[in-house]
Design a protein around this ligand. Structure first.
Ligand code: ISE
Length: 334
């Protein structure tokens, strides 16, 4: 059995997904790609012998396309996801589900009305071996109840046009999702603190930031967001429980001890650090779509994460603790 997939958006992540689906995901076939940049779409489409569209809606309407992966810019996610729901096609939507709370709620309502899950949101950290081990140890009760969670999220640098808000909506969203998934609790408030800006950060970028999240049961989560750290992509986690701590292991690769020093590799970016996680995410999505069972991060997760990110952006602007309020959770996402 093969799943014929259309990929909307052939930028950096779209290309990454197309190559992975074409080369290392069993039962997956990329049959169509689309992008407003048609030349780029053509190049990517030719590399896997896929049909090329300039409009994602035409790709979604293509009868041969059984499932859709959306990797276009965040502001387009709502319209394409709604079109997939209307067409009854499973969709893997890169984060964010949508940048605004209202847009997320429109997707939530549309999917809930069909009474079956079609949408998965691309929070790939949940597929990482290390993050899964951390959750297993916590759920096993090895350190008692969680009290605190320390998260470090560092990027070597960011592209031109990257804003202070995007440090939250583009980067910290992953930590927001991990917090909710790991602790099994919603986040009820966000506060953002501005650190002394790095002289290596682009002009005007508030970098680093310290984000403090409060969960429903009172766990405090601090997230360092530092996107001009220069030295590589650095993700660290430490959970503090009542009887011990659980830390995320450092990335794979050898560590060398030599001449009074020890050193080892640091990934360049998230595609390297989370390569295996993306692989597993796609495999499980393809298997689930073929079986008619989408089980990964849901539309509710996408909505709740955006709601927290919006509160954090408000806190960054206003300098105040900002509460997060969610609508009632539809039964589909119980
Ligand atoms: C980027 O957009 C991502 O999606 C990565 O997963 C994230 O870790 C990185 O910080 C973002 O800039």
């Amino acid at each position: 059995m093969t799943l014929d997939i259309g990929v909307v958006g052939t930028g950096m992540m779209g290309q990454d997904h197309v190559q992975r689906l074409a080369t290392s995901v069993p039962h997956a076939k990329v049959v169509a790609v689309s992008d407003v940049n048609v030349d780029q779409a053509k190049r990517v489409g030719e590399s896997v012998a896929a049909r090329v569209y300039s409009d994602g809606h035409d790709l979604i309407a293509d009868d041969q396309v059984q499932a859709v992966l959306i990797a276009s810019p965040g502001f387009t996610h709502e319209e394409f996801t709604l079109a997939c729901i209307a067409a009854g096609k499973p969709v893997l939507c890169e984060k964010p589900l949508a940048p605004t709370i209202d847009a997320c709620l429109r997707v939530l309502e549309a999917e809930a009305a069909t009474a079956r899950r079609l949408v998965q949101v691309g929070f790939m950290r949940r597929y990482d071996d290390g993050f899964r081990a951390l959750k297993e140890r916590l759920d096993d009760g090895q350190v008692g109840r969680a009290l605190l969670l320390h998260c470090r999220h560092r990027n070597a640098s960011v592209p031109p046009g990257f804003t202070s808000d995007m440090m939250i909506t583009d980067s910290v969203v992953h930590d927001i999702d991990v917090t909710r998934w790991l602790l099994g609790q919603e986040i009820v408030a966000a506060s953002v603190f501005r650190a002394r800006p790095s002289s290596m950060a682009p002009e005007g970028l508030q970098d680093p930031q310290m984000v403090l999240l409060e969960t429903a049961a009172g766990v405090l989560v601090d997230v360092e967001s530092f996107v001009s750290c220069q030295f590589g992509y650095d993700i660290r986690y430490e959970l503090v429980g009542e009887t011990g701590t659980i830390s995320l292991g450092e990335q794979a690769g050898v560590q060398i001890r030599q001449q009074g020093r020890h050193h080892g590799p640091i990934p360049a970016d998230w595609r390297e650090r989370f390569g295996a996680a993306y692989q597993r995410e796609l495999r499980e999505w393809v298997t689930g779509a073929l079986q008619g069972q989408i089980a990964g991060p849901s539309t509710w997760d996408g909505y709740a994460t955006t709601a927290v990110a919006v509160a954090a952006v408000e806190s960054l602007a206003g300098g105040r603790r900002t509460p997060v309020e969610l609508v009632d959770r539809p039964a589909l996402y119980a």
